[in-house]
Write a new protein. Structure first.
Length: 432
């Protein structure tokens, strides 16, 4: 049923629904959100989604009354429209907010952006991106929350441009989030298109599968993804690197897959489930020696400098604060089951933690009994596993749903675009 809906009118009917629903979400956000960066995003993105919907409506008219097989209605045109829509609903509002912020507006970035930029500044000045508990306690009460940096050390790299060059629109951390995301996804899509060719022609001559189009939409133009990139953004490059790691594993490049997911895990803990699932796939495929040194080694190397400079500051920010033992509590309080249990039942926090551990153990047992044999299956396990974790965590955000959404929709693209081992593409030989 869902597949029939997805492919109605060659996929254009679902595209139209996606852009219209997204436009409504953006316009409602513009009119009702209590977060000013979100309101600014909604105003610009609403117009972008409506324009995309108008283009899709035109494509449907061409298909119905014109030439059904016109290039304007094929998946290549849908893919191009996805990139253009991303430019209008994510990149454009991001740059507008970055320019306004550089001009003096203080309400044009979420706190995550400021935290990442402070990580870069602290890294340059002290050798660690983290403040100690005593240093956070010395801050004014209203500033203690942003004194915490609950990310892995690699996230500080995105704050270095502002620390080095000062306050300019191009030193806004979101600009570097977006550039990393753009080039990572471009490479991922190129790899998928190249490997979908059974005849060995270059990627430029390959028609993308409908699954690739839908996967890219999930990673770029879904409102939860576009809004996050434009206003905060730290999750998006981590997600893009995880998708790249899965793509590289699908084409047999396990060494580079380990590099991609290792970099992601050096920046944020959300990448570690992908590290674990791909590790099982790599071992089962006989590629563990290529994958594991990078996937595990890069996060460890990123942790060493702050561990040597001030181990307690690292533990305070990366462990104590996310677990609810900091000087202030996390504002991540979306009403998912884990949060509701933690807040409303006796011993609720322990119960929610037990459910989370139980879910992790169940996934671990599943991996041992039925390890993934393909990257597509690994993407599904990652998606469902992260969905369970997000729903059961005592402190979580609605925006984290972008991870399972993109991972689950990336799986069909891996399945539809990756040929068997007997049909390698000459530009992407599975040697590493």
């Amino acid at each position: 049923m869902l597949r029939r809906v997805d492919r109605a009118a060659g996929g254009l009917a679902a595209d139209l629904g996606l852009y219209l629903v997204s436009a409504v979400f953006a316009l409602v956000t513009a009119g009702t959100s209590t977060l000013l960066p979100h309101r600014a995003w909604g105003t610009i993105a609403g117009a972008g989604y409506l324009l995309a919907a108008a283009v899709v409506f035109g494509q449907m008219m061409v298909r119905r009354f014109g030439v059904p097989e016109s290039p304007l209605t094929r998946d290549r045109a849908r893919l191009a429209l996805t990139w253009l829509t991303w430019a209008s609903v994510a990149a454009l509002p991001l740059n507008v907010e970055a320019v306004q912020r550089a001009a003096g507006r203080t309400d044009r970035a979420q706190e995550e952006v400021l935290v990442v930029e402070e990580m870069g500044r602290s890294l340059l000045e002290t050798g660690t991106p983290y403040l100690s508990r005593a240093e956070i306690a010395a801050l004014p009460l209203d500033d203690r929350l942003t004194g915490y940096r609950p990310y892995q050390p690699g996230m500080a790299v995105f704050g270095l441009p502002r620390a080095l060059a000062g306050d300019h629109f191009w030193t806004d951390a979101r600009v570097w989030f977006a550039l990393t995301t753009l080039f990572t996804l471009l490479f991922s899509v190129r790899a998928l298109l190249a490997w979908s060719s059974r005849s060995g022609v270059p990627a430029g001559g390959v028609t993308p599968s409908p699954a690739v189009v839908r996967a890219l939409q999930a990673a770029t133009v879904l409102p939860v993804t576009a809004l996050t990139l434009a206003t905060g953004g730290d999750d998006i490059p981590v997600l893009a690197l995880c998708l790249l790691a899965l793509t590289l594993a699908a084409i047999g490049r396990f060494g580079w897959s380990g590099v991609a997911v290792g970099v992601a895990a050096s920046a944020k803990l959300f990448a570690f489930p992908v590290v674990a699932v791909l590790a099982v796939l790599a071992v089962v495929s006989g590629r563990g020696r290529r994958y594991l040194p990078f996937a595990l080694g890069l996060p460890v190397l990123a942790l060493l400098p702050p561990l040597l400079v001030n181990a307690d500051a690292l533990i305070e920010n990366v462990l104590r604060f996310p677990l609810g033992h900091g000087l202030v509590t996390s504002p991540a309080q979306s009403p998912f089951p884990g949060y509701l249990i933690a807040q409303n039942l006796p011993g609720g926090r322990l119960l929610a933690a037990a459910l989370l551990v139980g879910a992790a153990l169940a996934i671990g047992v599943h991996l041992l009994r039925r390890p993934p044999r393909t990257a597509a299956t690994a993407a599904l396990i990652c998606g469902y596993g992260l969905l369970a974790a997000i729903l059961l965590m005592p402190t979580t955000r609605f925006g984290y749903l972008l991870y399972p959404a993109a991972l689950l929709l990336w799986s069909p693209a891996l399945r539809s675009s990756t040929p068997g081992p007997q049909q390698p593409h000459r530009y992407f030989q599975p040697t590493g």
